[in-house]
Design a protein around this ligand. Sequence first.
Ligand SMILES: Cc1cc2nc3c(=O)[nH]c(=O)nc-3n(C[C@H](O)[C@H](O)[C@H](O)COP(=O)(O)OP(=O)(O)OC[C@H]3O[C@@H](n4cnc5c(N)ncnc54)[C@H](O)[C@@H]3O)c2cc1C
Length: 378
Amino acid sequence: MNKTYDVIVIGLGGMGSAAAYHLMKKGLRVLGIDRFQPPHQFGSSHGHTRIFREAYLEGASYVPLAQRAHALWRRLEEESGKDLLAEIGGVMIGPENCEIVQGTITSAKQYNLPYEMLSAKEMAKRFPAFYLAEDEVAVYEKTAGVLFPEACIEACLKIAISEGLEIKTDERVLKWGQEGGGITVYTEKGIYKAEKLVISAGAWNPDLFGFTIPLEVQRKVPTWFQAMNKPEIFNPDQFPIFCWHYTNDLNIYGMPGFHGEGTKVAFHQGGLIGTADGLDREVSSEEIAPIQRLVAERFPDLNINDVTIDTCFYTNTPDGHFVLGKHPNYDNVAIAGGFSGHGFKFCSVIGEILSDLVIKGKTNHDITLFDPVRFQKS
Ligand SMILES: Cc1cc2nc3c(=O)[nH]c(=O)nc-3n(C[C@H](O)[C@H](O)[C@H](O)COP(=O)(O)OP(=O)(O)OC[C@H]3O[C@@H](n4cnc5c(N)ncnc54)[C@H](O)[C@@H]3O)c2cc1C
């Protein structure tokens, strides 16, 4: 007879590995299943680095979650003995009245987060790699920084496995269902049973959530550039993470390299839309020409021809906010998705929330913004 688990977690990327970690801390019998071998480069959680910031231009209600995430990342660092979060500071750049600048200031003020305003001249002095227009300003947040996503996933899984997590990798979940009061998960290789289920399958969530929700999978093409001049100005001690208003509907973001990969500069918006299995991972030189032009303008000491390219998926919601909560049709299923290109920094706290939802049926964190059925209401 098949063994029955307390919880099955489908997808062990950023969110699922953190959920598995928190569930193991509660002493449950947990099975994690992934179609690849996490951490891997086929989903949304690869590519060396992710921005961490607490002053949150996307909405002040993210701030308490970012603060809790920060504490949990530090706890994971201590427990794993690995460097996971480098606090190198961050700058949110643009004309004074743009959303990036104003949204950051609003959330910082609301939660009393320290920040500094820098003029274009002050930026040039302090962070000489950045070429701001005269009318642009920057909001500097000292505690912003960089997470190392592969190391974060590895740390969660290693600790969870040492505490009894069972995992099945290179095993794709085909479907799941509610049977006899519990959950049955069908994979390419077997059938597994549990009382509860967490679905955190990233860009593949549309295949697995089992209810209609407007998730859009977008192929992103992050780019890393090597320095042409003055390589020291791109080192983490002189080059903070940044988000930069470029036009009203186009922002760029980036961070320094930590392991020789180069300085990351990428567009937040734009990219091919499709399905995770259907999107082409080949990138043409025409596709990267716009970011090369922009880098030449804003970071002239980078070599636009010495570039490394990757592909990665955003899973976008219509309002840019996450999908996180109990499944609308099943009380014993929790779902996490639609992270719209800004979810990684929250993985540690989302893992905690997912474990709360399946164990207690509720969480003390405020997740009303992420209600999975909000799109059905409107
Ligand atoms: C280029 C890029 C830059 C980003 N930058 C930032 C940033 O700076 N800061 C930030 O906070 N966020 C950032 N994000 C967003 C962040 O990385 C994502 O929100 C986060 O990684 C999503 O994690 P996830 O667990 O939902 O997805 P994933 O990590 O992709 O995990 C999903 C897992 O599910 C597995 N899976 C899927 N289908 C099945 C199946 N049928 N059976 C079994 N397993 C399955 C997959 O193999 C995968 O391991 C960025 C994203 C991209 C693409």
